[in-house]
Design a binder for this molecule. Structure first.
Ligand code: HOZ
Length: 427
């Protein structure tokens, strides 16, 4: 595949942008080689600057649930932009968005918009600390909640990929308030609560962790987290930046039937523009300024163009048809990939939840970060590049989830599975 123009652009980017990218996992360091540059995307496909067409399973890392350049989102953005790109004054779209989120996610009684998922998680943590008047928080290794200081402790995503799950630049005195245990381990959580009685402000968890690949909660695990937090006066925060509005209309919390105290969102609610949000119980949310003592703010929070894009995306999910389609697409991909691995005699765990997935090259089931670390990452690299050469773009790291959209056709998925079958036979 000719990528000459991408190579030229990357060489230029390296001169002015650290590592040539504005977010580390895009740099291909986990798989080797250089990233390609894209100048067009439509539906489930992207086109690079050399004119190569790819079937895209990254979907701008989650937002593109309806595929790229979805016509109603484009029209909404155009109409909103005509009227002004930012006001810094309340605008009616903010109320529409807040109502939609509260309607789709019943645990959210009030919601505050931010400009990114990182901000949403950082703010939810501060709010939980202010509300409980406790300092410690509990997270799970391999979970990633954006790049705020207190959350870059044993983190997933790029932090894990590049070997810095505990980032430089985070003072030890900040990190000491962040307790970390393995995901899906009941006893580890019980022990940490026993050792820190009345000290843990919040548990923050990706209900279906998607930043160390993808693994699912064991039956009863999320219920257990709900019970132990309730019993200890600890705020349960579901980070639904990736899973929100994706694993069901009401996110993972609807799919698994759990009611967290607070939730964080991003990605889909921006329709492809930069947005985040956090919301939940009204009594907790009312601790925020200007009502309460917890400060949080943002010049572009509730931006009218981003709100219009997100509203258009969420409205498309209301009748439930999109999620039916996503399940069909996800099941087709899962069945095809499992068959491909089996007939090639390659040990692979293909974890899937709705329209999120990850294939690990290992014979053993993957339930947490330690299991994921046992997978054969050299094999993943080879598989990634061979798929890319076949016109299929998977996330350029073993430690990221794949995303399917409603725009993926049965033909796209068949093509993907056929390519994978052939590649796996020769891997
Ligand atoms: N945080 C995203 C992966 N989980 C990466 C975003 C990006 O690089 O664009």
């Amino acid at each position: 595949m000719n990528r000459a123009q991408s190579e030229i652009l990357f060489a230029e980017a390296l001169k002015y942008i650290p590592g040539g990218v504005n977010s580390p996992v895009r740099a291909f360091r986990a798989v080797g080689g250089n990233p390609f540059f894209v100048n067009r995307a439509k539906g489930a496909h992207v086109w690079d600057v050399d004119g190569n067409e790819l079937i895209d399973y990254v979907g701008t890392w989650g937002p593109a649930i309806l595929g790229h350049a979805f016509p109603k989102i484009i029209s909404a953005v155009q109409a909103a932009a005509e009227l002004g790109t930012s006001f810094g004054i309340p605008n009616p779209h903010e109320i529409t968005m807040a109502k939609l989120i509260c309607q789709l996610v019943p645990s959210v009684q009030k919601v505050r918009m931010t400009s990114s998922g990182t901000e949403a998680c950082m703010s939810a943590i501060r709010l939980a600390r202010g509300f409980t008047q406790r300092d410690k928080i509990l997270k799970f290794d391999g979970c990633y909640h954006g790049h705020a200081d207190c959350l870059l402790v044993k983190a997933g995503s790029g932090a894990l990929t590049f070997g810095h799950p505990d980032s430089a630049g985070v003072p030890a005195s900040f990190a000491q308030h962040t307790l970390v245990v393995p995901y899906n381990d009941v006893d580890a959580v019980k022990n940490i609560f026993a050792a820190n009685q009345n000290e843990i402000a919040a548990i923050i968890v990706e209900p279906v962790p998607g930043n160390a690949g993808l693994y699912l909660p064991r039956p009863g695990y999320l219920e257990f987290l709900r019970d132990i937090t309730r019993a200890n006066g600890t705020v349960l925060i579901f980070d639904e930046v990736m899973t929100g509005f994706r694993l069901a209309r009401g996110g993972a919390q609807e799919r698994f039937g759990i009611t967290p105290d607070l939730s964080t969102f991003g990605k889909i609610i921006g329709g492809g523009l930069p947005v985040g949000a956090f919301g939940g119980r009204a009594d907790i949310m009312d601790y925020l300024a200007p009502l309460g003592p917890v400060y949080q703010a943002g010049t572009l929070s509730g931006n009218p163009v981003a709100m219009a894009a997100g509203i258009a995306a969420l409205e498309e999910l209301l009748d439930g048809k999109a999620h039916e389609q996503l399940e069909i697409n996800g099941a087709q991909l899962e069945a095809g990939m499992k068959d491909a691995a089996k007939s090639a005699n390659v040990p692979m765990q293909f974890n899937r939840c709705g329209s999120m997935f990850c294939g690990y090259f290992t014979a053993a089931p993957v339930h947490n970060l330690a299991d994921a670390m046992h997978s054969d990452r050299e094999r993943f690299k080879k598989f990634f590049h061979a798929m890319l050469d076949a016109g299929i773009y998977l996330a350029p790291s073993q430690f990221e989830a794949g995303f399917i959209s409603t725009a993926h056709t049965a033909t796209d998925i068949e093509k993907t599975v056929r390519a994978a079958a052939q590649i796996l036979r020769n891997l």
